[in-house]
Design a protein around this ligand. Sequence first.
Ligand SMILES: [Zn+2]
Length: 270
Amino acid sequence: MHYFDPHIHVASRTTDELAAMARLGCVVLGEPAFWMGYDRSSTGSFRDYFRQLTEWEPRRAANYGIRHYAWIGINAKEAEDVAFAREVIAMLPEFLDRPNVLGIGEIGLHKCTRNEVATLEALIELAMQRDEQLLFHTPHLEDKYKGTRMILDLLRADHRVDRSRVCIDHCEEHTIRLALDEGYWAGITLYPVTKATPERAIDMIETYGPERILVNSSADWGPSDPLAVPQFMYLMHRRGHAESLVRRIVYDNPLQFFNQSRNFQFPPAE
Ligand SMILES: [Zn+2]
């Protein structure tokens, strides 16, 4: 079965892993801009990173028949210096029109500080002015509920936001209802240790149904599994779920969500 991994940081994964993903059916991946494990020292580092996500990584994925799409933004960990973040945000429009860019992401909150909120408001403003899709990172563990609530309150206060074009990612059992009930897409990240395991993701789908749910590996430079989505598919089958339900979660849903981006075209026209 073909599948999408709608959130994976392949810039920090090997070509062997891209090949393994392709063998297991990956046809499209989404790569949001994020924190590389260290704070960048200049806006030039961001420019090079955005070039990597829009020029080099699409070619690397294409070698294995995978279509690569990117989200461009500044992550919460590097959003604390508001003046620096504004310089990065000023650079975003030149990348948002590139042919593989889906929208602004992953953006959000980390420690939920006032400065993080100020940067996030500037990013949402840019998205509204340009009619961009949005992908939100929600904080880890103990900050997750508070951060998710704060993000949803910010969005609720802006009447321009089309909730069907926004994904709230890294949802867990205590936050997924908040996103779904308010009409957003909910991403579930399949991680070996933190966030949600494939088994917990299946429990959530059995509880809430498949509508507006995406599953992803969010695989990056830390402990994570680039084959987490096929592992989820295998476990869905093992639990006796119908082929059509598995396909809905890993293919139909991300296709529907990505299709709302003006730069997304799949299957490709060629
Ligand atoms: Zn991520």
